[in-house]
Design a protein around this ligand. Structure first.
Ligand code: SF4
Ligand code: SF4
Length: 109
């Protein structure tokens, strides 16, 4: 058994979350499975637009749940310049972002 008195104090302290660890570059586009309503015209191509049960325009999502405009090779938005307002306002490392990342991690556990 290891004698904890011999372990450096820094290793005994709980890991503090590193804010820089939350980045789109290390995320599987978790937020691109959310429903995205189109509330302004940003020039989203018609082929990526669907209609919800109430007649509102939303981003089309494919059978696996991801937005149809997501590039599956890079896992980046293929219409970044024309992405909907909601996508523009979704902040990286916000509470919503962290919740989505956590939810995705739970699915694959
Ligand atoms: S905003 Fe957050 S959830 Fe969305 S891709 Fe970036 S890190 Fe992932
Ligand atoms: S439009 Fe782009 S940023 Fe918005 S959900 Fe689709 S892939 Fe993600």
């Amino acid at each position: 058994m290891t004698d904890s008195s011999q372990i450096p104090l820094t290793q005994l302290q709980p890991q503090t979350p590193d804010a820089e660890a939350v980045a789109c570059s290390n995320c599987a586009a978790c937020c691109c499975q959310l429903e995205v309503m189109l509330i302004t015209d940003t020039g989203v191509p018609e082929r990526y637009i669907s209609t919800d049960d109430w007649g509102g325009e939303v981003m089309l999502r494919l059978d696996d749940g991801w937005c149809a405009a997501l590039d599956r090779d890079s896992m980046r938005c293929s219409i970044y310049q024309n992405r909907p307002l909601i996508c523009r306002e979704f902040e990286m490392a916000s509470a919503e972002c962290i919740e989505e990342r956590r939810g995705m991690a739970t699915i694959y556990r």
